[in-house]
Design a binder for this molecule. Structure first.
Ligand code: SAM
Length: 189
């Protein structure tokens, strides 16, 4: 299982960023996102998208994030601009993940993360050593982890499915696809 943990959340200010951490985790192949328990709004949005566009994907709210990281029974990858370049550690991360039933926890911060997290992490990983965004870092990490296979993932129990096209927007009712009925359009970006 690949779990993404969003460390810290400032309600209001971080709502969009925390939502995007969850949506990116879901879209790019993680199984679950763990959010702080004050992130109920983002959790609801991510669940709503999963209900409409499919899963499986779980959203969990947890009060004690420190304990969640400390007690995680697998490999902990902490994304930080101060870490080792991803291109030098990605193979080792894939290797630990390949073991049967090996769980991986990917931690992304918001505001400052405690030093304890750097010490608990099996890998402190930088996607360049430049400051940028938890969403960008997460996307690159997941893509390197799955080596592009996440882009071909099939979605289960979706109500809607986007039909890819060069120009235009087409969303179909995934339940009635054989009939090609019930096309509708809606902006979800
Ligand atoms: N200033 C905060 C600190 O020093 O801990 C970090 C703020 S940054 C906007 C939020 C999160 O984005 C970080 O905790 C980290 O997970 C992620 N991030 C930012 N730049 C990164 C990079 N170059 N590589 C990996 N993750 C990065």
């Amino acid at each position: 299982e690949v779990v993404v943990l969003r460390y810290g959340h400032r309600p209001g200010r971080d709502d969009r960023m925390t939502t995007h951490v969850g949506l990116t985790a879901r879209a790019l192949g993680a199984d679950r996102v763990v959010l702080p328990d004050n992130a109920g709004g983002p959790a609801e949005t991510i669940r709503d998208i999963t209900d409409r566009f499919g899963g499986p994907f779980e959203v969990e709210l947890r009060a004690d994030q420190k304990a969640a990281v400390r007690n995680f029974g697998g490999t902990v990858v902490h994304l930080t601009m101060y870490g080792e370049p991803i291109q030098t550690v990605e193979a080792s991360i894939r290797e630990t993940h390949r073991r049967p039933s090996a769980d991986l926890l990917v931690v992304v911060g918001g505001e400052k993360v405690p030093w304890e997290l750097y010490e608990r992490a099996d890998f402190n990983v930088a996607v360049t050593n430049q400051p940028h965004s938890e969403v960008a870092g997460l996307a690159v990490l997941l893509d390197r982890l799955f080596q592009g296979a996440e882009l071909d993932r099939e979605w289960v129990d979706a109500d809607r499915r986007v039909v890819p096209m060069a120009t235009g927007k087409r969303v179909v009712d995934a339940q009635n696809e054989v009939k090609g009925a019930n096309n509708d359009e809606r902006d979800d970006e």
